[in-house]
Design a protein around this ligand. Structure first.
Ligand code: C2E
Ligand code: MG
Ligand code: MG
Ligand code: MG
Length: 300
């Protein structure tokens, strides 16, 4: 009905602008409703030590459990959430949930089990003047020590504006670690290293794809490995940690280890899973460690 004043007027105006705007508004409204109705969940993909297949961290990834459409992937709604601004409250939800969960793992499994938990942050969030205090609050409320939180940013999320560099520097000063996500895919990944106080670079999946294939040339000239090789050398020179993304085979693990990568993430190692799945992995690792410790003690 057209009588609800400003709101109805806004809808009429939007209709005049054509279908895409309407579809976008509908999705925007649906995202808001979904957030209020608790349809977003966080899953965690293990980050693994490549030499012994040992979980050392996680990356939080959001999922939308839609009542009729099932599980919707972030590729389908993150862009709309960014356009509509809903990424700010949605991102805050992911932040708080991840901090809470990471603190629970720390309490249950101790300081050596999971070193860090990462989450993705978009430009829109970094632009939000409340972002830094939201992070500080999430850490305080959860009790998670700041050095256990990793914030992943992409080039498109970073290269714009003073406000963002100020936020990133403040987060760095707080002791939070910043990771450059999808590293190597942007137009100016190298400038990014100077602009952002990064602690970690995440080698993009596109440079892991095909890395295991021997193209017949001498190793140093292997084009399929060139970027992965350059990135690890750069990381070593700058004292940054690395994570190789999107690992799908044992052959890729071997090739990455050969190049000097020690940490990775990918379906071959572990898929994104609910928190309970990570708890099971950590419990299994604890059992292995307890057994090994006992064996060592028994021998000495
Ligand atoms: P990303 O941060 O680069 O996350 C890695 C993506 O690669 C995830 O997709 C993960 O499921 C997928 N992946 C991991 N291992 C493999 C593999 O071996 N093979 C293949 N093909 N894919 C693999 P996902 O969960 O669909 O997320 C896609 C993107 O959406 C993320 O890319 C990130 O940019 C964005 N995203 C996800 N959650 C959030 C969030 O909470 N906030 C924001 N701002 N963005 C998010
Ligand atoms: Mg990421
Ligand atoms: Mg990534
Ligand atoms: Mg990626």
């Amino acid at each position: 009905t057209a009588k609800q004043g400003g709101k109805a007027g806004f809808v009429r105006y939007a209709e005049g602008m054509g279908e895409p705007v309407l579809a976008h508004m509908r999705l925007g409204g649906e995202l808001r409703r979904a957030l209020d109705d608790g349809e977003f969940r966080v899953v965690y993909q293990p980050i693994v030590r490549l030499d012994r297949n040992w979980v050392i961290g996680v990356e939080a990834l959001v999922r939308w459990h839609h009542p009729t459409r099932g599980v919707v992937s972030p590729a389908e709604f993150i862009p709309a959430a960014e356009r509509t601004g809903l990424i700010v409250p949605l991102g805050r939800f992911v932040l708080r949930e991840t901090c809470r969960q990471a603190a629970a793992w720390l309490a249950e499994f101790g300081p050596d089990a999971l070193k860090e938990a990462g989450l993705n942050v978009s430009a829109r969030q970094l632009h939000d003047p409340d972002f830094v205090s939201d992070v500080a609050d999430a850490l305080t409320d959860s009790g998670l020590p700041c050095e256990r939180l990793v914030l992943e940013v992409t080039e498109s999320g970073v290269l714009r504006g003073q406000q963002i560099s100020r936020a990133l520097c403040e987060l760095d000063r707080m002791g939070i670690r910043l990771a450059l996500d999808d590293f190597g895919t942007g137009e100016s990944s190298l400038s990014l290293l100077r602009a952002v106080p990064a602690a970690i670079v995440k080698l993009d999946k596109s440079f892991v794809d095909g890395i295991e294939i021997d193209d017949g040339r001498p190793a140093a000239a292997d084009a399929r490995q060139a970027v992965a090789r350059a990135v690890i050398q750069l990381a070593h020179a700058l004292g940054l940690d690395t994570v190789a993304e999107g690992i799908e085979s044992a052959e890729q693990v071997a090739a990455l280890l050969e190049l000097g990568y020690t940490r990775g993430q990918g379906f071959y190692l572990a898929e994104p899973m609910p928190a309970a799945g990570v708890s099971r992995l950590l419990a299994r690792q604890r059992a292995v460690e307890t057994r090994v410790t006992r064996e060592i003690r028994a021998r000495s």
